[in-house]
Design a protein around this ligand. Structure first.
Ligand SMILES: [Zn+2]
Length: 213
């Protein structure tokens, strides 16, 4: 498996870039202009810009990024987040669960219901996105990036918990990530900024033990 690390898809998520650089690992910095400006994006959220047409910086850059990633490569796309949550892996394809299990991160969010409507990087290249920790949790993020690099070398699958996204929460309540809500489902990707960034309060997931359809 040829791993391709992708970082800086959101320009305000700096720690994974430096963590990989400090380990001497190659990486593709997806949104260098936003990173330089220290903003999440310049014209539009790049992780909903893959496969689109247009003149916006992120749309153009998304095209270049796809050209730079060989379809034989497997993407490990590293992010940090604003809310309070345990780290987690995101997959959009069940086939990527095996890879997710090798990273050493227990919680895996399977986006069966895709709120990004197919325009995220991992909708266009095989691989996973990893949400490593809060933007400012530099130490935690550095440690986890190091762990991921080491574990991918070993290739051992660990036990994972899979949360299948089935919808979204449009109503404002107090959502705690990966803690069972009153409705029996699990909120994921909840944060104070979720509404502003995504247009919903949290995604709604069910915990699954058997993923066969
Ligand atoms: Zn991000």
């Amino acid at each position: 498996m040829i791993i391709r690390y992708v970082t800086g898809l959101h320009g305000n998520e700096i720690a994974p870039i430096l963590a990989l650089a400090s380990l001497g690992k190659n990486q593709l910095v997806a949104n260098p202009l936003a990173v330089t400006k220290k903003v999440r994006y310049v014209e539009r959220d790049m992780n909903v810009a893959f496969g689109l047409e247009g003149n916006e910086y992120e749309v153009q850059r998304a095209k270049e990024v796809l050209q730079q990633i060989d379809s034989r490569e497997t993407v490990v796309d590293l992010h940090t987040f604003a809310g309070k949550s345990e780290p987690f892996v995101i997959v959009v394809d069940k086939k990527m669960l095996k890879l997710a299990a090798k990273l050493g991160i227990r919680k895996v969010v399977y986006m069966k219901f895709n709120p990004k409507q197919g325009h995220a990087l991992i909708n266009h290249r095989k691989g996973v996105s990893v949400e490593l920790g809060q933007h400012s949790d530099y130490r935690g993020v550095f440690q986890r990036v190091k762990m991921i690099v080491e574990r991918l070398k070993k290739g051992i699958e660990n036990e994972i918990e899979v949360y299948e996204v089935i919808g979204k929460y449009d109503k404002g309540e107090k959502y705690r990530n990966f803690v069972k809500n009153a409705d029996g489902y699990y909120p994921v990707l909840a944060s104070k900024k979720a509404l502003e960034i995504h247009g919903w309060y949290a995604l709604k997931a069910r915990k699954v033990t058997n993923l066969n359809p």
